[in-house]
Design a protein around this ligand. Structure first.
Ligand SMILES: Cc1ncc(COP(=O)(O)O)c(C=O)c1O
Length: 390
């Protein structure tokens, strides 16, 4: 199993900073805002309540599961019951649980590519086989039913779906979600749909939940979600999966032997988050919207770089193919991984190379960082790339 490339880039940037270097990191997959105060206050109060000092049900505190039921109806229009909800250590554990309960050895999972780096590892860990379905900027980094059909085999069991997407920021329109959902249903597939970036969509873009658009899929879908990106709570480690009761019960059994309940203090912070309003994410969204526009336009001004406009999440996914093969800083990087290495060592700019997402030739740049750092970081990339001497 390979290490998480995104976390590795962030760790490298941190190390350089500790040595006193002025690093700009586009590596982080997390909002640069603190967790809202009322959520922190709820956690502080939870610390003092002795009931939270002990084991609680593996599936999560009933009050939190009920709040997730209410939030899911409010935000997605998806009606579910408490026994379908399993509270997990971040959405990452929900992803791992989902594939663990769905995959038998050799079962194939369709994974639109570029993909979030954890999916293939979680599938392989469950004994499944990731089958990548490529898409590029010509289709807005979205796969079609035709693309999926070419990858379908008798062993295909699950379709992984994520919108908005990490790393591309692609968001599927409702009609495409419907077409893909119907296609999956008609072929008897299960769908794991990752909705962690549900509230981070820009302009007139809308996010839709697949089992709402295609209700027949409800008892073959696992929805993955969490508080990390919506409430700037990546460090609290609270996510959830929502599945049909039998799959959720299986996930609870699995989790009861792996991690038991999520830390109660964090669950009560998550309860304050999901039971509250969405004003904090509205503020973050406004900042991300501004930075997205700045980043895309600055990147497109760099010779050799082209950036498709992302519609959701907080990542730009530019092609750097036009820069490869140039002589830069005494080296001639031939791959985006080599170029990314040069960016951190020479320009002190951390980016995640496309190789981490199955898409060589691209960079992923998070725009969840301060406006000034963003401009400075892209300027350094411009300076480095335009220093080419042949
Ligand atoms: C698409 C996607 N799903 C899930 C996660 C995991 O989120 P969490 O921090 O809640 O584990 C991430 C985090 O980067 C993500 O990008």
């Amino acid at each position: 199993m390979s290490a998480s490339a995104t976390l590795a880039v962030d760790a490298a940037a941190r190390l350089l900073r500790e040595r006193g270097e002025q690093v700009v990191s586009f590596g982080a997959g997390e909002p640069d805002f603190p967790t809202p105060e009322h959520i922190v206050e709820a956690a502080v109060a939870a610390c003092w309540d002795p009931r939270n000092h002990h084991y609680t049900p593996t599936a999560g505190l009933p009050a939190l599961r009920d709040a997730i039921v209410a939030k899911t109806l409010r935000d997605s229009g998806y009606e579910v019951d408490r026994d379908q909800v399993v509270v997990t250590n971040g959405a990452k554990q929900a992803v791992a649980n989902a594939f663990a309960v769905l995959c038998d050895p050799g079962d194939e999972v369709l994974v639109p590519s570029p993909y979030w780096t954890t999916y293939p590892e979680a599938i392989a860990l469950a004994g499944g086989v990731p089958v990548f379905v490529p898409a590029d900027e010509s289709s807005g980094f979205r796969v079609s039913v035709e693309d999926l059909s070419t990858a379908l085999t008798p062993r295909t069991k699950v379709l992984l779906f994520v919108s908005p997407s990490n790393p591309t920021g692609a968001v599927y329109p409702r009609a495409e979600i419907e077409a893909i959902g119907r296609w999956a249903f008609e072929r008897g597939l299960f769908v794991v749909t990752d909705e962690i970036y549900e509230h981070l969509v820009y302009g007139s873009t809308e996010q839709h939940s697949m089992p709402v658009v295609v209700p027949e899929l409800a008892d073959r879908s696992i929805v993955v979600n969490g508080v990390a990106k919506t409430y700037a709570m990546t460090g609290w480690r609270v996510g959830w999966m929502i599945g049909p009761p039998d799959l959720s019960a299986a996930a609870v059994n699995l989790q009861s032997h792996e991690t038991s309940n999520v830390a109660n203090v964090c669950q009560l912070a998550a309860l304050a988050a999901v039971a509250g309003d969405l004003s904090a994410v509205a503020e973050m969204r406004a900042a991300f919207e501004r930075r997205r526009k700045t980043m895309v336009s600055l990147l497109n001004e760099i010779d050799g770089v082209t950036c498709y406009e992302p519609l959701g999440a907080f990542y730009a996914f530019p092609s750097v193919k036009g820069v490869l093969g140039r002589s830069l800083g005494g080296r001639r990087p031939e791959t985006s991984a080599e170029l990314a290495e040069l960016c951190i060592s020479v320009a002190k700019v951390a980016v995640v190379p496309g190789e981490a997402f199955g898409a060589p030739g691209y960079f992923r740049l998070s725009y969840a960082l301060g406006d000034e750092d963003l401009v400075e970081g892209v300027k350094r990339l411009d300076d480095l790339f335009s220093s080419a001497d042949g």
